[in-house]
Design a protein around this ligand. Structure first.
Ligand code: A2P
Length: 293
């Protein structure tokens, strides 16, 4: 199943499967079970974690137990806010690799830009060194607005391969997607199904996209679920999506998206759901966990 999933070529030359498993807010036991099932049984070949999720070690254990060769799985982790700054960043990747039990990750991302932009640039310079040292095949960012991207590109000449941002039908990020397309930056969606309804910077509103009447009508038309409709919408728009679930039935359902296609009317109808409504924090406002110096 996994081998048929579309991939996107990143500016590093690496291929990223367009669909992966997200594990934010999953505890160790759930993460280990979910990742093992996703990789070992459901056919996923892409897992997205972060130092801040506290479950890198569980991801590493599940990868080792999955029976699938390391070279076949695309592993992403992220540098947490407290580790901004050159020395902290260089130590943070080593700590993440240690917890994951790996000698390199496929993709290392700066989790948030934060409000100190000089330090953000120093952090990006450290990621370039981390890539050059072979500890991350590809480097990128998360939650960066065009002005953050411009700042790090202008300072270093190195374009991040990926920008992972909140993106779902109610927050389609059209301007940011156009900016990224113009720079060859792949866009990756967090909370691709509209999120869990709680978390950092979140307004803690329940997920209403999974039961949205417009999406339900389209799902009924194709004899499928709203989750699968949203995943198709991401894939057909060239977006990388990492839906989170710790339930085997949903993990399997979310990768079983190759037997139908949204038509032009469906895509246009879903596009009209975009009201710019976030479930998480605006990147310019978040400074959670930032170092004091
Ligand atoms: P759970 O882990 O309990 O399955 P996101 O948009 O951030 O990926 O969040 C998706 C949320 O929706 C998660 O809280 C997840 O919870 C739930 N979820 C994931 N896949 C499905 C699905 N196919 N149907 C319904 N809910 C889902």
């Amino acid at each position: 199943m996994s081998t048929d999933l579309p991939t996107i070529e990143l500016n590093s030359g690496a291929l990223i499967p367009q669909l992966g498993l997200g594990v934010w807010q999953a505890d160790d036991a759930d993460t280990e079970r979910a990742v093992r099932y996703a990789i070992g049984t459901a056919g996923y070949r892409h897992v997205d974690t972060a130092a801040a999720y506290g479950n890198e070690a569980a991801v590493g254990k599940a990868l080792a137990a999955s029976g699938v060769d390391r070279s076949e799985v695309f592993v992403t982790t992220k540098l947490w806010n407290a580790d901004h700054g050159r020395d902290r960043a260089l130590a943070a990747i080593d700590a993440s690799l240690d917890r994951l039990g790996l000698d390199r990750v496929d993709l290392y991302l700066i989790h948030w830009p934060l409000q100190n932009h000089d330090r953000m640039i120093d952090t990006w310079r450290a990621l370039i060194d981390i890539r050059d040292a072979g500890k991350a095949t590809t480097i990128g960012v998360s939650n960066f607005e065009p002005h953050h991207l411009t700042a790090i590109i202008d300072a270093t000449g190195v374009v991040p391969a990926v920008n992972q941002v909140e993106l779902h039908p109610r927050h389609a990020q059209r301007e940011l997607r156009a900016f990224c397309a113009g720079h060859g930056i792949a866009v990756e969606a967090w909370s691709p199904l509209g999120g869990s309804g709680s978390g950092w910077g979140s307004k803690s509103t329940p997920n209403t996209l999974l039961t949205d009447p417009t999406l339900t009508t389209i799902a009924d038309k194709h004899g499928t679920s709203t989750a699968r409709v949203m995943i198709r919408w991401h894939l057909q728009n060239g977006i990388i999506a990492i839906p989170k679930s710790v339930h085997e039935e949903r993990i399997a359902q979310n990768i079983d998206v190759l037997d139908f296609e949204l038509d032009g009317d469906d895509l246009a109808t879903i596009d009209r759901l975009d009201v710019g409504e976030r479930v998480g924090a605006h990147p310019d406002e978040l400074n959670l966990g930032a170092p004091k110096d």
